[in-house]
Design a protein around this ligand. Structure first.
Ligand code: HEM
Length: 221
């Protein structure tokens, strides 16, 4: 592997692991949406307000945006380098004799996630930061109502569920790929890494999948 490609892969692996960590925190925050509505509204809006006001969290957010951009840009660069070098769309790890479906389709899965993120940022992030949201009883922006209203539409729930399935496959392969790139993958720990990768990917995917389904079936007026 050329040195530059190795550097690109290192950037992908470190930003990818940081994004994996963000997903745990984001899921834990979003699980508040499953509390009884009277409690969830104030809790969720207060939590969103807390995140947007804290300087340390603001810095972490900028690192997050940079990581997202770097992860996507370097994925594109690596894919182009590989196409040029081998005429193949994505070079997968040759140490495993049979590559899995998701390892060959990281580009497609990543593109689905990118489209999801554009919609996600437009509907929640942009509306929260720049929209004119009504306030709740405690004077915080009522993001809770925006999220609940969006998941009362069947098509929106399906869009999210399909994106989460793509995210799950992407995480599963990304986890192993990152552990190899960072030199954490050792024969002795192969099974342990596999188990941790599966548990992480399943927990994140099912956790996110639960939220829109729960809201659609329980909070639909
Ligand atoms: C049911 C699932 C989800 C819900 C209800 C949800 C909800 C939200 C909301 C309400 C915001 C705006 C909060 C704010 O800006 O303060 C947000 C921001 C964000 N979401 Fe999600 N999200 C979900 C899944 C995901 C997934 C799967 C990803 C990544 C693949 C993701 C990535 C992000 C990012 C990167 C931000 C911007 C965070 C920041 O500004 O610091 N979200 N999400």
């Amino acid at each position: 592997m050329k040195q530059t490609t190795l550097i690109y892969k290192l950037v992908m692996a470190t930003t990818g692991l940081f994004l994996c960590f963000f997903l745990i925190i984001h899921l834990l925050g979003n699980l508040q949406l499953l509390s009884p509505p009277e409690l969830a509204r104030e809790q969720f809006n207060w939590y969103s307000h807390l995140l947007s006001g804290n300087i340390l969290i603001k810095i972490i957010s900028y690192v997050l945006y940079l990581s997202l951009i770097a992860h996507a840009v370097y994925a594109l660069i690596i894919t182009r380098v590989n196409i040029k070098a081998q005429g193949s769309k994505y070079v997968y790890d040759k140490r495993s004799k049979v590559s899995s479906w998701n390892s060959r389709n990281m580009g497609i899965l990543g593109t689905i996630i990118l489209i999801f993120l554009i919609i996600h940022f437009k509907d929640y992030w942009y509306v929260y930061k720049f929209g004119n949201l009504p306030l709740d009883a405690k004077g915080n922006k009522d993001l809770y109502t925006i999220v609940i209203t969006s998941f009362q539409q069947g098509w929106y729930v399906i869009l999210y569920e399909l994106s989460f399935i793509a995210l799950g496959f992407h995480l599963l392969h990304g986890f192993f790929s990152a552990s190899r790139t960072l030199g954490l993958y050792h024969r002795k720990y192969a099974v342990a890494i596999r188990v941790v990768g599966w548990i992480y990917s399943l927990a994140i995917t099912l956790g996110f999948m639960l939220i829109p389904i729960y809201i659609y079936f329980n909070l639909n007026s």
